[in-house]
Design a protein around this ligand. Structure first.
Ligand code: SF4
Length: 216
């Protein structure tokens, strides 16, 4: 992208922070370890999920998971963006992507997008209960399984009804699992999207919204 010759420094328009929180990289690990970013502030896009790639300008299937800072409820703005002050409330500790981002020259951020991304298993010892639970969950309820069931629905044959039932079943299994970890492990509901990604119910409603949007 051609740099805008008129802008060569941050004008604090806040436009970057209004578009959503950054993805985290290995360089951001210490911000979590120091407790500046907490699980409740984050969500995980799991490997196999469909996500928008801003540089390639298309939806891709993620080969590796990505941890991102959440957006404010009902808005795309990063939860740490203070709109009144046009400022970042964790500015001194802002993640790598925020430090690299220059709206007048996107080269630096394009160079790091989707590279050296932080994963949940970078944050917990391999033999910890949380790490084992994350791995087991990803193995038993992977996003790809859901997407392939949706392809079967699109097939318009008798497999369609069976695929719908299977989708309902995986959603119920996921709901039950999430309820259980809240009760058994004391994980707060606001932390679930970090530990186990977005619920399958959310993924299904996102896919459905895309399908409905394509029809209209
Ligand atoms: S962490 Fe701070 S700089 Fe980064 S997107 Fe959020 S508000 Fe903006």
């Amino acid at each position: 992208m051609e740099p805008d010759k008129k802008i060569q420094s941050c004008m604090r328009s806040g436009k970057c922070c209004e578009k959503g929180g950054p993805s985290l990289h290995l360089e951001d690990k210490s911000i979590l370890q120091e407790g500046i970013l907490k699980p409740k502030d984050l969500f995980t896009l799991r490997a196999g999920e469909l996500a928008y790639h801003p540089v390639e300008n298309k939806v891709i299937e993620l080969s590796d998971e990505i941890i991102k800072i959440k957006s404010k409820e009902g808005s795309t703005a990063c939860i740490f963006y203070d709109a009144d002050r046009h400022a970042c409330s964790i500015y001194e500790h802002r993640p790598l992507e925020c430090r690299a981002f220059k709206c007048w020259d996107t080269k630096a951020i394009e160079d790091i997008f989707f590279k050296n991304t932080l994963s949940r298993l970078d944050l917990f010892p391999e033999d910890s209960t949380v790490a084992e639970l994350i791995s087991a969950y990803d193995k038993s309820l992977p996003p790809r399984q859901l997407y392939s069931l949706f392809s079967e629905i699109a097939s318009q044959d008798e497999a369609q009804q069976e695929a719908r039932l299977k989708i309902e079943k995986v959603i119920s299994t996921d709901d039950a699992f999430r309820k259980k970890v809240i009760e058994a492990l004391g994980i707060d509901e606001t932390e679930l999207e970090f530990f186990f990604g977005r619920s399958l119910r959310t993924l299904v409603s996102n896919i459905q919204a895309v399908i409905d949007g394509n029809k209209s």
